[in-house]
Structures are given as C-alpha cells and as structure tokens.
Design a binder for this molecule. Structure first.
Ligand SMILES: Nc1ncnc2c1ncn2[C@@H]1O[C@H](COP(=O)(O)OP(=O)(O)OP(=O)(O)O)[C@@H](O)[C@H]1O
Ligand SMILES: [Mg+2]
Length: 500
C-alpha cells in the first residue's frame, strides 16, 4: 500500500546485520492510525530487532523510517519517536524506584525540573487503574524490585499507556499476564484505538489472542516481509502459520518427534506427594500435572517444590527426600529440576556463553564445575532438539532472540534425569511451530518416569498436554482438580474465576 497520510509510521527497505549475520534484509512495514497491527514471525524472524530500530534503541544499516503527525504531514525521526511508546520483550524497569516513579518518570524527562511526587502518583494511579483497580490501589509506593514478574509487566504496560503516545509497540505484552489481565488490557486497547485514534503494534505467538485483538497483520520471515498489511479476516490460522514458515498443528504430528528419551535414565517408581492443609495430591511417576489460575497460589506451590519456599504451606514427600527441600541446589541434586518463568532475571546467565547456559543443571547435579570434553557435542544435540540455530555455542545468549533464549532454559533439563521437573511457563515467547515440539519433549520426559508440574497462563496448552490440572482461584486458594476426562476451558474458567 502507498504511504497515505493515514499512516503513523512507514518503514521501507529496512536492513540490519549483526556482524556476518544479516537479520533484516529489506523489511517493509506500515501502521495506520487507530489500528491494532499484529507483527508476526517465528522465533528469530527479526520482530524485536525492528521494534528496537523504530524506537532508536538499535541502529539500522539501511532503509527509511517515516513518521507522520495527525494531519498527515511528515515529522522528523526524533519528533516522531517522541510519540512512540514501547513495552520491550524483556522488562526494563528501575528496581530501586517505586511503581509510581517508574510509570511517571519518563514523562518528566523534558522540562520538569522537580519531580512532583503527588503528580507522579496521580498519573501512575490513573494508568494502572485502566488494567487493574486493586493493583493500582495497593502498589503505587512499592519498590519495583519487590514485584512479581506479572506485576512488573502491568507496570510496563501502564507506563506505555499513560505516555500520551500515538503509537504503542507491544512486544509480547501478554506473556506474563493472566487471562483476566489480558482481557482487561485488550479492552483498554480497543477503547484507546477507537476513541483516541491510538495505533498499536502487537507481537505475540498466541494465535487466539492475535485473533481477538488485531485487525491487520504483517508477517516477516527470513528478514523479509512476506505478508504486508493484510486484514486478519482474510487469513486463516493455517495460512498464517505457513507464511511464517512453520508447520501447522495437524501436520506436525506426522513428523518424527525429537528424542528426549536418549537423554533420560530409568527412574524409580516411588510416587511424590504434595500437600497443604486439607489437600493432598499423589503423583505417580510419569504424571503431567498442570497448574492454572492467578499467580499467587501457583507461586507458593512452586516455591515449595523447588526448595525456595519461605512459607511452609506446602509439603513435598518422596522416598529418600528430606521433609523439606532446603534450597534449589539441594532440590536439583535430589532430582527436582526447575525451569523459571523469569528467564531474563533468574534463568539466563547473561555473561556466560550458550554452552554454559545449557550445561548449567547437569554440572550442578554432577558436581562438576568445569566443562567436560563431550559437552560441546552434547550441547549441539540439545540445541538441535529444540531447533536453536546459533552461530557458535560460545556466543552470548544476548545474541539470540527472546523465544530462543527461552529454549535454552528447557534444554538445561533435557539431559538430566529428574524425578520431578517444575516448569513455569516453559513455552513463553516460543513460536507456534516449536511449541508443539516442546509439548512432545515434555511428554517424552514424563514417559521416562519424571513427574512434571507445569504452570501456564495459557489454559489451552494445559488442557492439551496434562493428565490433571490443579486450579487456583484469584485468592490463591486451591479451587479443585480437573481430571482429563473432565477437561474443558469453561470448567477451568469457573474454577480459577478468570475469564479466558
Ligand atoms: N546483539 C545481537 N548480536 C547478534 N545477533 C543478534 C543480536 N540480536 C539479535 N540477533 C539475531 O537477530 C535475529 C532476530 O532476532 P529478534 O530478537 O529480532 O527475533 P524475534 O523475531 O523478536 O524473535 P522472538 O519471537 O524469539 O522474540 C536472531 O537470529 C538473533 O539471533
Ligand atoms: Mg522478540
């Protein structure tokens, strides 16, 4: 389409390389006023890179970026950028400042000499209230460092919403949100696009959400635009997935699944029981148990299972284990693995190369600190099972895309025989094609005798893969257990008290 004045941004022929790696090879992308535009592509397609170039956080090699004002006249790049707000894929908040300060600070960059606390608090409150009234009422003066991942995500989004921007770029904003929070966010976005003419660029790997919120989409693949501004209702799910260069679900089953079995050893047959006051679950080896609902309940359970608990609400019992798992290291040595949901702060070892990130768990379990001779080959095998393309295993994780970094965290446990593996949102940011392969790997680990406890905010994936799902309500209480024969999205919604 031509650059009509209705556009807020038009990107033409954008190119970007990192060293010898050519990431963007001439991408076209334009966004019209008042639309929600899905920017789609597999892991590593270049979505976040383009977003960083648009906001000025990364430089381009070639191509043009034009911004337009409300009358359709062209703005300079710097004037245009002032009207763009972004929520990056990895949270970028200042941990030592309060929620209110984090939200209001960027608005005080220019002009304001004194940062007025009362004004900041009011601005922050108004912004947060749009997504969560209770959170707005209780969180303003908390330090951001004390927030959970999903609370931090809401602060980031509120900051973007309150910025007065004409264009908001949201790079997987819902990855840390519950279904209810996502629903509220979407309601706000619909209102702002309709009433204020806000334009939104929305990146997500969740097809259901993309359908709910986006009117139009652009798909990039291998550094080029393969679908340019198509209305969503002209594309089928399978069509979109194929354009991204991935295999749709119905075809995926026909392909040979990657093998985790060769990494596993035979495990005992003793069950693991987990209990809190008035509630007990007996988990046989090989059970895949889903955990659904608002984060407070699952977080308490997961802390107990991984040896990180400060409360004694949950107990974990297994032959040969002490009454309480003392620490995550203790848990790992006893065969209780953990994939954290907070990949950027707690999961990825940013200053160590990919190989150290992938081998971390195995070294802890074996008690060896130094890389062994066969590690290079093993690491490559694991990366292959998860379709990670890295130029070298000695590169830093920061050279990989967000979804690809997520795969490193799972790879860590694929070659460690575990009795228990706790997964917090293991497919967060992973593209549709690879998600199915991860489900397959999880099934295979269970088949080798590992008990899998899997927390996800995406109910559909739990219902697809798990044997049972434990649902927590919004107060953090255990609301019930659904057996496979009983699975339905409606029942899960009722138990968790959250709209899907
Ligand atoms: N600093 C860097 N150095 C080298 N390569 C990089 C760097 N940053 C990104 N890349 C590469 O650029 C490509 C695109 O990455 P980008 O993060 O834009 O992907 P993405 O589309 O956002 O993927 P995802 O869905 O996983 O978030 C990837 O192949 C990645 O490895
Ligand atoms: Mg990305």
């Amino acid at each position: 389409m031509s650059d009509t004045p209705r556009h807020v941004i038009a990107v033409r022929g954008l190119t970007k390389s990192y060293g010898a790696t050519s990431v963007l090879k001439g991408v076209d992308f334009s966004v019209a006023r008042g639309e929600v535009h899905a920017l789609l592509g597999g892991n590593g397609a270049g979505k976040s890179t383009m977003i960083r170039i648009i906001t000025g956080a990364a430089s381009k090699n070639d191509g043009e970026i034009r911004f337009f004002d409300s009358t359709g006249t062209e703005r300079s790049e710097s004037a245009g950028r002032a009207k763009v707000a972004v929520v990056h894929q990895e949270l970028a908040l200042l941990p030592h400042l309060t929620v209110a300060e984090n939200i209001a600070l960027p608005h005080h960059r220019k002009g304001a000499r004194l940062f007025r606390r009362t004004v900041a608090a009011r601005q922050a409150f108004d912004a947060l209230r749009m997504i969560d009234q209770d959170f707005a009422a209780t969180s303003l003066h908390r330090l951001v460092g004390s927030l959970s991942l999903h609370e931090g995500q809401m602060v980031e989004i509120a900051r973007a919403l309150s910025s007065g921007a004409e264009l908001i770029l949201l790079d997987e904003p819902t990855a840390n949100l519950t279904a209810l929070e996502t629903e509220r966010l979407f309601a706000v976005l619909r209102r702002l696009t309709r009433e204020n003419g806000l334009s939104v660029v929305f990146v997500s790997h969740r097809m259901k959400e993309i359908r709910q919120i986006a009117n139009v989409c652009t798909i990039i693949r291998d550094g080029r635009t393969v679908v340019d501004r198509q209305p969503m209702d002209q594309l089928t799910d399978v069509g979109i997935i194929e354009k991204m260069g991935q295999v749709a679900a119905s075809h995926a089953a026909e392909r040979a699944p990657p093998s985790a079995a060769k990494f596993s050893a035979t495990l005992g047959t003793d069950r693991i029981s987990i209990a809190e006051a008035g509630f007990k679950l007996e988990l046989l080896p090989g059970t895949i148990i889903g955990v659904a609902g608002a984060p407070a309940g699952p977080a308490a359970l997961i802390q107990s299972l991984t040896g990180a608990a400060r409360t004694k609400r949950w107990t974990v019992a297994h032959a040969g284990w002490p009454d309480r798992l003392r620490s995550p290291r203790n848990a790992a040595r006893l065969g209780a693995g953990f994939v954290t949901g907070d990949r950027s702060h707690k999961g990825i070892l940013h200053s160590l190369p990919i190989i150290d990130n992938v081998m971390a768990s195995r070294r802890i379990v074996r008690g060896t600190a130094i890389a062994g001779g066969s590690e290079g080959a093993e690491c490559l095998d694991l990366l292959k099972a998860l379709k990670v393309k890295a130029a070298s295993v000695w590169d830093l994780p920061s050279t990989l895309s967000g979804g690809t970094q997520q795969k490193l965290l799972l790879a860590r446990w694929l070659n460690v025989p575990s009795r228990l593996l706790v997964l917090e949102e293991p497919t967060r940011g992973v593209d549709i094609g690879t998600k199915r392969e991860i489900y397959q790997l999880i099934r295979q680990m269970a088949a080798s005798g590992t008990v899998i406890v899997w927390w996800s905010t995406e109910n559909v994936e739990l219902l697809e893969v798990c044997d049972r799902v434990v649902a927590f309500d919004t107060e953090g209480r255990c609301a019930g257990v659904l057996e496979r024969d009983d699975f339905s999205e409606e029942k899960l919604v009722t138990l968790t008290g959250m709209a899907a």
